[in-house]
Each structure stands twice: as C-alpha cells, then as structure tokens.
Design a protein around this ligand. Sequence first.
Ligand code: HEC
Length: 139
Amino acid sequence: MRRFGPALLGGILVSLLLAGCGDADGPGADAPGADAPGAGASAADKPAPDAETVAREPSAIYGRYCVNCHGTGMAGAPMVGPEHRLLWSEEIEEEGFPTLVKIAIEGQNGMPPRGTCFDCSDEEIEATVLYMLKESGAK
Ligand code: HEC
C-alpha cells in the first residue's frame, strides 16, 4: 500500500483543515492555528467520562513535547506536516488510529511512552495524535 493518489486523501479533510489555518505550513508555525476549532471537534468524538483535570490543548501538548522529535524527524520520528500527509495516511491505513494512539501511549522504538508527556492522560495523548494527523492533513 505504498502508492496513493493525492486525490484519494485530498478533498474534504484538506478543505476542512485548511479553512482555519491555511497559512500554517508547518508544526513550527502553530501560533496562528492555536485557536483552531479542531480541538473542540476532536474532543467531541470521545468525551472523557470523568476527567477531573481540564484537558490541555492538543496543540499545546504537541508544541511542548512532540514537536521536538516530530517536527524535526529526530530519532527517525515520522514528521508532522502537510508534506507528510501520505506517510501518516499509510500509518492509519496499515495500523489504524487506535493502534497509533496505543503506540503513542506505550512507546515503540524511538518513540518514548506518552512522548515524554508523563502527566498526559490517555485522552490527551489521543487528542494530540489526532492533532498531529490533522496537521499532516491525513484522513
Ligand atoms: C524523543 C522523540 C519523540 C518524542 C518526544 C515524541 N515522539 Fe512520537 N515517535 C518518535 C519516533 C522515533 C517514532 C517512530 C517509532 C517507530 O520507529 O516505530 C514515533 C512515532 C510516533 C507515532 C506513530 C507510531 C507508528 O505506528 O508509526 C505517533 C502517533 C507518535 N509518535 C505520537 C507522538 C506524540 C503524540 C508525542 C507527544 C505527546 C510524541 N510522539 C513525542 C519519537 C518521538
């Protein structure tokens, strides 16, 4: 499954995602997208039943922890960004979103458990993975 036509992944998501942050061309430039509506939307699809702590913004978690590796490709981390859309789409295609979240929580190879955000809840990690996927424009 290495050959995807861009058209397959374009369309709806891209237009949705780029609507709010068309000028954010990389994970480093997340300031303009900080208020993106994505956070609320993603939380809606899996409400934390008894979250006693207020969930942090996925973009903030990403910016503090994950970007160190996923913004640079350090240690072989899959990079986040629209230009890596196909890579992330393959990840989802081959492993599925729940597996990506599981790996993000438990770690794998160079990926440390919870991406070093040790006080992140599972929900926050999941939301952050979703954020990364959205930043990359993957489905
Ligand atoms: C110390 C560097 C580092 C940090 C910090 C880091 N990652 Fe990773 N991440 C990696 C590496 C390396 C891989 C590739 C792992 C592999 O080869 O299987 C990876 C892979 C992943 C994957 C894909 C797993 C797969 O199946 O390919 C996800 C999702 C992910 N990281 C999420 C996160 C999140 C969310 C954070 C922040 C909370 C984060 N990472 C922080 C290094 C990092």
